[in-house]
Design a protein around this ligand. Structure first.
Ligand SMILES: Cc1ncc(COP(=O)(O)O)c(C=O)c1O
Length: 302
């Protein structure tokens, strides 16, 4: 099935969306990206885009940080995305990748006086970590101390180093620490622990990306399971003795963590609270829970 891209203000086949070798963002990491899930509801034969508006709010904020003058409102970005997904006609879970980038074909490290552009494309994408439960290693690569609160492409280098280090050491994913040695996040996910029956997750000062799935889980845990989330600094050894542990992310959904640094978390199986949250989340993102339909934007329908 051919895919399409929104590129240079037009919808084109994905294979025709190409950028030049001198593009500023390619050299200096000067782009803001998003990852948005389209979840296929096989009974309704429909794709629902999850928390579309919130993803574009985060993109808009990132653009302010990188001095990118995005010529679209959040509503317009949502409309472009729905149209793109409708054109692609995928009947499976998909991933939308919007990118606002410094498009000038001109070298020089700076943000000012460099033209920018916006693109988006869609690909079919199933589970990100591709394991039922992840085995993780603490990374020797840390999150940079002063991390701008945005999905800036250039910021992902330590995450890529951490991920490859973890895979080469036989793990499924890395857990990264802050520069002062506290738990921060996975290479592409936020992290939660279950301790004394409550959720615990790093607090905003722990230099992670403020995840939309993180927010979803905090809200669902509170409203549907009556479980409170404590946002605070987390030490390394707390990970090892947690009752349960899991990652959250648009791509990774809720992925249980079975093992950290060769130590089993709980009994090494998927914990009860993690399981309940996974079930709830899966129902909500596919438009199967009427209470949360506001979070689901209908897109392609067969
Ligand atoms: C580094 C990092 N942390 C956390 C997340 C989770 O964020 P979200 O739930 O908004 O996808 C992501 C994925 O976007 C990420 O790349």
């Amino acid at each position: 099935m051919p895919s399409y891209a929104y590129f240079h203000k037009q919808f084109v086949p994905l294979s025709e969306a190409k950028i030049g070798v001198m593009t500023n963002a390619f050299h200096y990491g000067t782009a803001i990206f998003e990852g948005i899930r389209g979840n296929w509801n096989s009974e309704q034969k429909q794709i629902y885009l999850f928390r579309l508006k919130e993803h574009y709010e985060r993109l808009h904020n990132g653009c302010r940080i990188l001095k990118i003058a995005l010529p679209y409102t959040i509503d317009e970005l949502c409309q472009i995305t729905v149209k793109l997904v409708e054109m692609c006609r995928f009947e499976e879970d998909i991933y939308v990748r919007p990118l606002a980038y410094k498009s000038a074909e001109r070298l020089g490290v700076r943000l000012h006086d460099v033209e920018d552009d916006f693109l988006a494309f869609v690909i079919p994408w199933g589970p990100y970590l591709d394991v039922d439960k992840a085995r993780c290693g603490i990374s020797s690569w840390r999150r940079p101390e002063e991390t701008p609160r945005a999905k800036i492409t250039g910021l992902y280098i330590n995450n890529a180093l951490a991920k490859s280090e973890a895979i080469e050491n036989g793990f499924d994913e890395a857990i990264m620490f802050t520069s002062d040695g506290h738990v921060s996040e996975g290479s592409g996910e936020n992290i939660f622990l279950v301790t004394d029956g409550k959720l615990v997750t790093p607090a905003s000062y722990d230099s992670f990306l403020m995840g939309i799935t993180r927010d979803t889980v905090i809200k669902l845990a509170q409203k549907e399971l009556g479980i409170e989330t404590i946002e605070r600094q987390i030490d390394r050894s707390e990970l090892y003795i947690a009752e349960e542990c899991f990652f959250t992310g648009t791509a990774a959904h809720i992925t249980p963590i079975a093992e950290i640094d060769h130590r089993k978390i709980g009994n090494g199986e998927i914990g009860e609270i993690t399981k309940r949250l996974q079930q709830l989340y899966s129902e909500v993102i596919r438009g199967n829970n009427p209470k949360y339909l506001d979070w689901c934007t209908p897109a392609y329908k067969r």
